[in-house]
Write a protein that binds this ligand. Structure first.
Ligand code: FAD
Ligand code: DLZ
Ligand code: SF4
Length: 506
């Protein structure tokens, strides 16, 4: 054969550069379910099942398009367990003229691919991944000219570059960002939309049995399994989102509600990140709904910003700062991750809800990740690297390039403010305003200290107190430091004592 084309698990895109450079008549595709990839962190069972099933369906799609695909299942005799092992075997067997692969999404794998250039006797072509708007080199050039990196300015460039929601050279509606309208708490609505679900087919049933047998001791519930695993079904999930939930996406983007894990979110990151969905196409569909008058501008803009703004921006930061970014720890936090991140056994109703649904669904929406589990970890001083491994493990959409900057940068401020302008630290009052968790909670959100007080309160002020020298110069935090310093010494002692007692019991 001519080219051996390796397709990685998050490259399930028919227009992938490695495939576009190939010829089904002369080249061979290799895909593999690998022990090393499923266990470098012990991924949630549902995440592994989702990806293996999506990979198997993609292999079928490629075969339908005329490709010869060597698909190595996890239980295939002789499965070598790693990308390198599997490629070495394929090279020995087929003696290709070249190995061709689209660049990897994460540093660890990218290093592996680079290493093959010396390891194998055939040339290795690593092609750019054009499924993103902004290449790592483009981002580096953008970043170089700035003293401070801020998503908002990057986002405006991406709007101009794509023409999304642009009227000529002006943003639609005369404003780039409508977030000020997007901070409403939600009420239970009997007609709350639910993401489209998909019953497992025979391929998924096989994968579910395999995952149950081989990864039964990993975190999370395997069943029920309702994710889409084909491009067509993932696109149907987007269609349903755009008609049913998107109109309210903006207004309730920051809301949290008991028993409503999805609210008005799209629940498509797992499809985007493995390549089943094309991000630009999804954004164009959302813009079309706005232009057709079925979706308000604050919703369409808010949604498109998440994808061409945040998603691209965090990837740019990842490649700009790796390696090393995974060990950033601005606040010097070292506390181990509490057990309740795995068991949900805590009296804090908000944390319990977020962890329970994470276990059941491999999903929590952004505000649960940022303002509940992330915020708690920040206030409690949890080791950011341990927390990073948790987020990478538990979510179906988690890949290091997107998870790490969100955790280390946005959520933990462990990069000292490279990615975000201020730490996302908040007391119980924020959670109370944006959710209905606090009413039935065993803790009292109105009390600052004492055994019945909401732990987020004393921990919040204790965080401000502990780190005041590091945050006092941040214009968005200075007010909080001054407020703390105006508390009577007694109150300051009660805060420290309450926080210490709670942390000692973790
Ligand atoms: P929606 O709320 O409906 O948003 C639409 C889409 O916008 C998402 O599908 C996603 O592709 C994109 N998006 C939204 N916010 C972000 C963001 N901050 N960064 C990148 N893309 C974004 N997202 C991941 O895709 N993978 C991760 O591993 C991941 N880890 C996170 C860890 C932490 C600590 C935090 C605070 C956020 C993380 N996010 C991650 C971002 C965000 O929470 C998820 O993208 C989102 O919850 C996915 O659900 P959804 O598809 O319903 O998104
Ligand atoms: C996340 C993951 C998992 C669980 N399993 C596989 C696998 O078996 N085979 C594979 O090709 N990729 C898998 N992946 C994705 C990779 O770990 C990695 O995230 C991507 O290749 C991006 O570098
Ligand atoms: Fe969470 Fe505090 Fe509200 Fe309980 S009272 S749900 S711990 S914010």
């Amino acid at each position: 054969i001519r080219n051996l084309i390796l397709v990685l698990g998050d490259q399930l895109t028919p227009t992938l550069t490695s495939l576009a450079a190939g010829d089904p008549a002369r080249d061979r595709v290799l895909m593999a379910e690998l022990h090393d990839e499923a266990t470098y962190v012990r991924h949630h069972k549902k995440k592994i099942a989702f990806l293996f099933s999506a990979m198997r369906h993609f292999a079928e799609e490629l075969r339908g398009a005329g490709w010869t695909v060597d698909y190595v299942t996890l239980d295939a005799p002789g499965n070598r367990g790693s990308f390198s092992g599997q490629v070495a075997e394929a090279v020995a067997e087929h003696q290709p003229e070249r190995i061709v692969v689209t660049e990897a999404g994460e540093w660890r794998v990218a290093q592996m691919l680079e290493g093959w250039k010396a390891q194998f006797s055939v040339p290795v072509d690593i092609l750019p991944d054009d499924r993103f708007l902004c290449s790592p080199a483009d981002f580096a050039a953008w970043a170089e000219s700035r003293k401070q990196l801020r998503m908002e300015y990057f986002y405006r460039d991406m709007r101009r570059r794509t023409g999304l929601l642009m009227d000529g050279d002006q943003p639609a509606g005369g404003q780039w960002n409508f977030d000020a309208e997007n901070r409403k708490p939600a009420d239970i609505d009997l007609f709350m939309p639910q993401p489209k679900t998909h019953a497992p087919d025979a391929i998924s049933e096989d994968v579910l049995a395999l995952v149950a047998a081989r990864f039964g001791n990993h975190f999370g519930d395997l069943l029920p399994f309702r994710y889409a695993v084909t491009r067509a079904d993932a696109e149907a999930a987007v269609d349903a989102f755009v008609t049913e939930a998107l109109p309210n996406f903006g207004d309730y983007q920051d809301a949290m509600l008991t028993g409503q894990p999805f609210l008005y979110h799209a629940v498509i990151a797992q499809y985007l990140n493995c390549g089943l969905l094309d991000p630009l196409r999804v954004c164009r569909q959302v813009e079309a709904a706005f232009r057709a008058g079925t979706v308000p501008l604050n919703a369409a803009e808010g949604f498109i910003r998440q994808i061409i703004g945040w998603r691209e921006y965090v990837r740019g930061i990842y490649w700009l700062k790796m390696p090393g970014y995974e060990n950033r720890n601005h606040f010097g936090h070292t506390r181990p991750l509490p057990d309740f991140y795995w068991t949900a056994e805590t009296d804090m109703a908000c944390v319990r809800a977020a962890v329970m649904q994470t276990k059941e669904l491999a999903y929590a929406h952004h505000i649960q990740r940022l303002m509940v589990t992330g915020n708690f970890a920040l206030l409690a001083g949890i080791d950011p690297h341990e927390l990073h491994e948790w987020y990478l493990t538990v979510y179906a959409d988690a890949y290091e390039w997107v998870e790490l900057p969100n955790t280390v940068g946005m959520s933990q401020f462990a990069d000292g403010g490279l990615l975000a302008s201020k730490p996302y630290a908040a007391s119980g009052a924020y959670i109370n305003r944006m959710s209905d968790y606090c009413g039935p909670c065993r803790y009292d959100v109105k009390q600052r200290t004492g055994p019945d007080a909401c732990p987020f309160n004393a921990l919040y002020w204790d965080f401000i107190a502990r780190h005041r020298e590091k945050i006092r110069h941040n214009p968005r935090m200075a007010q909080m430091v001054r407020t703390f310093e105006k508390f009577a010494p007694d109150e300051q002692h009660r805060i420290a004592a309450s926080a210490a007692t709670f942390l000692a019991g973790l």
